[in-house]
Structure formats: structure tokens, C-alpha cells
Ligand binder design. Structure first.
Ligand code: ZN
Length: 411
């Protein structure tokens, strides 16, 4: 029998591009998770549902007496919080056995923190415990941000192109996941010890970039990630929402868009809508937030529109070819090519995407308040109305220009 691995998390590669995660504790036998491919495990990890778990941690922060503001903190409060905190990981045992395993030893370490005699020791010790419990959530947030930067809009791309996108957004992460690290290893089985679940995800990404059998794509309808079954372009996953698959819902929404118009005119209309939306957004944004937007003043829009209308007239009158028409209206260089009319305007980078790219730890739940009152100044009025926006509405606002079909078509 092979020697037992030293305690920790291990990744063992096997045949058919599959690997196995091994959890080796200080006592007892090693536990092996089922064989899986990197793409499958990444998709599953991004989707684990921590909602209930996260709510419990939040509840402890907000309601546990240890964190109440007062002069004296009784030691029994920390003991009580510790007892509650130690129960939480077991709720993850089924959905996320990996985090359950890791939290065991991390909590153990946190509990061994020396009492430094300071009056805020108890408070710090409590916070430390909750921070440890939050690790699986933080790890997933990072993974989701990485996947958004790598797999959004790249269904037709090559693995190299996806890797380049990742590198563009998070260069340090890309340096870690570079498949070149394993050049020369071929199919040699590997055994790697990893320090954390996040590191394990990065190794999975590395193994993912090493292969080309499976690709990860993002569903146009629900925006979850999936693995297309064939090489053909695949826009929707097989998930079912309210009894109907994304594929079916997506196709229905497409049909609603009406009969195909002349493709060049369609692009003209898309561009005009985009410029107009940009102008509105720019106009509505408070002065100090305009640097987050693409500048488009009323005057700039007016110039664009006049020029585009003239080009459209010339095109309709047969004075210019479609290619020339597109070149003339695309003054901001949004189209990938003027040689083909069969194209969609590539999605605009939204404020949301900019925020994700700027911060690996970007966490929607923290970045958006649960609700916000805004004075609606979008229409001229002597009596502007207060608008009440929920977190979902604020997110939708920041995703404007690039969002799932599901969100675009929900009211
Ligand atoms: Zn879907």
C-alpha cells in the first residue's frame, strides 16, 4: 500500500484528462473525491449555493452579543460564538466537502490564537473565527470574477485567446495558471499538494488551459457557465428555469426581434441605439462619476447622428457599398470588420465588467447596498421624484449594455 500523504489537500491527475482531489487529515484514512475534469469542477464550483451558509454568518455578525457595542465583553460570549461557529461548517458537508474539510483545520488554528491580554482580544478572536468561516465564499467570489473575465463572450475563442483575456484582466492569476508550467510533463501523472481551495481552483484552471477537449462557455440566457457538448457554436445551456430550458427561452426571445432586416441597416440601428444610450448615461451621471463612462455629450451625439444619417441616405440611394456605409457610421470603431454584414455589434464593456476587472475580490453583495434612494433627474422637471432602487436594480443599471437575456427581458 502506498504511504499516506502528508496532511493537506492534494490533486492527483489521472487518465482522460481527469483528476482527483485527495483530502488527507492528520488522523484517519485519506478521502478521495470522485474523478472529474477541470472544466466540470470549475463550473460546479462557481455554482455552489452558499446563500443559507452566508446568511448564518451574517446573522452572527449582526446579532451575536459578542459584537454588541459596550464597555465590557464577558468571556462567555466568545465561548458561545465559538460553539455556534463550529457548527456552521457541517451545513457545507454535503454541497462542498472540500471546504468542510479545510475549515476543520483552519478553525482549529484560529482557536489556538494566544490571548494577548488586550481588552479587545475577545472581539478580535470572534471576528477571526467568522473570517475563517467566510473563506469558501471569498474563494467563490474570486473564482466567479476570474471566470467572468475569461469565459464571457469567448465561446468561439481558442484556449490561448481565453488565457490572453485572463492575463489582460488579472495578470498575476494568469502567471500562476500558465499551462507552460507543465510543459514537458506530457501525460505523466502528477501529485500536487495545494495550500488552499483557491490555489486548488487555480491549478484546475491551469489543467483546463492544458487541454482542448472541453471548453467553458457562458449561457446567453441565464449567464451560468456550461460545457458545450459539440464543437458547434452553442449559445445556451441545458438548465431549466420554470419548466423551460434556456435553449427554448433564448430561441423564443430571438424570434420576438422580428424578421431579419437588411443586415447593414440592423447594424446601423444597433450602433445608433448604443450611441444614444451612451449619451443618456453620460448626461445623467453625476460629474464625479463621469470618468467611469465613455464620453458622449449631446453635441457629440448630434454630430455622430447627422453624419450617420447622411451615410444611410447614400447607402439607400446605392451611392456607396455596405462596407463603406459601415466604415462611415462606425466612427468609434466598435465593429470587428467591415467585410461581413453577418455580425452582431460586440457587447459594450459595462460598468460592472470594469469593476470586476479592477478588483479580484469584487463582491456584489458588499458593493451594492440593499437599497438606495436616488433623485431621478433623467427627465427635465420642476419636481424631480425620489426613486427607490433595490440592489438588483442597481446591479442591472451597472450591467446596462451587457447583461443576460434573462435580465434584459425581465421587467
Ligand atoms: Zn442557461
Amino acid at each position: 500500500m502506498a504511504d499516506k500523504k502528508s496532511p493537506g489537500l492534494w490533486i492527483e491527475t489521472g487518465v482522460d484528462g481527469k483528476f482527483c482531489v485527495v483530502m488527507s487529515g492528520a488522523y484517519g484514512p485519506e478521502k478521495h473525491l470522485p474523478l472529474i475534469t477541470p472544466a466540470e469542477d470549475l463550473v460546479a464550483a462557481a455554482e455552489m449555493d452558499y446563500t443559507a451558509y452566508r446568511r448564518e454568518i451574517q446573522r452572527l455578525y449582526e446579532e451575536h452579543p459578542l459584537f454588541a457595542e459596550r464597555l465590557d465583553v464577558p468571556e462567555s460570549d466568545l465561548e458561545d460564538l465559538t460553539a455556534e461557529a463550529l457548527l456552521l461548517p457541517s451545513t457545507l458537508r454535503e454541497i462542498d466537502p472540500l471546504s468542510f474539510f479545510v475549515l476543520g483545520s483552519l478553525l482549529d488554528q484560529a482557536l489556538r490564537m494566544q490571548d494577548d491580554g488586550s481588552p479587545i482580544f475577545l472581539l478580535r478572536a470572534g471576528q477571526r473565527l467568522l473570517q475563517v468561516l467566510e473563506l469558501p465564499i471569498r474563494t467563490q467570489i474570486r473564482l466567479r470574477n476570474i471566470m467572468e473575465m475569461t469565459f464571457d463572450g469567448t465561446e468561439r475563442a481558442t484556449q490561448q485567446e481565453r488565457f490572453a483575456k485572463l492575463h489582460n484582466a488579472y495578470s498575476e492569476i494568469a502567471a500562476f495558471c500558465d499551462p507552460a508550467h507543465l510543459d514537458g510533463y506530457g501525460d505523466t501523472p502528477l501529485q500536487l499538494c495545494v495550500g488552499s481551495v483557491f490555489q486548488l481552483r487555480l491549478i484546475e484552471l491551469l489543467l483546463y488551459f492544458r487541454q482542448e477537449k472541453q471548453r467553458i462557455a457562458r449561457c446567453d440566457y441565464c449567464w451560468n457557465y456550461f460545457i458545450p457538448r459539440t464543437q458547434a457554436a452553442t449559445r445556451y445551456c441545458d438548465r431549466i428555469f420554470d419548466g423551460q430550458s434556456c435553449k427554448k427561452r433564448g430561441a423564443n426571445l430571438k424570434r420576438k426581434k422580428g424578421p431579419e432586416q437588411d443586415d447593414a441597416l440592423k447594424l446601423f440601428k444597433q450602433l445608433r441605439d448604443r450611441m444614444y444610450a451612451r449619451m443618456l448615461r453620460y448626461q445623467d451621471a453625476p460629474e464625479n462619476q463621469r470618468d467611469r463612462l465613455i464620453p458622449m455629450t449631446v453635441i457629440q451625439y448630434d454630430v455622430w447622428e447627422k453624419n450617420a444619417r447622411q451615410a444611410r441616405r447614400d447607402y439607400m440611394a446605392g451611392k456607396i457599398e455596405a462596407r463603406e456605409f459601415l466604415r462611415r457610421i462606425d466612427t468609434t470603431h466598435e465593429l470587428t470588420s467591415y467585410d461581413t454584414l453577418k455580425q452582431e455589434l460586440p457587447p459594450e464593456e459595462s460598468i460592472w465588467q470594469k469593476r470586476v476587472a479592477a478588483d479580484l475580490d469584487f463582491d456584489p453583495e458588499r458593493q451594492y447596498p440593499s437599497s438606495l434612494m436616488l433623485l431621478d433627474l433623467s427627465k427635465p422637471s420642476d419636481d424631480p421624484q425620489w426613486q427607490y432602487l433595490t440592489a438588483e436594480e442597481l446591479i442591472r443599471k451597472d450591467q446596462e449594455g451587457h447583461q443576460s437575456l434573462k435580465d434584459q427581458y425581465s421587467k
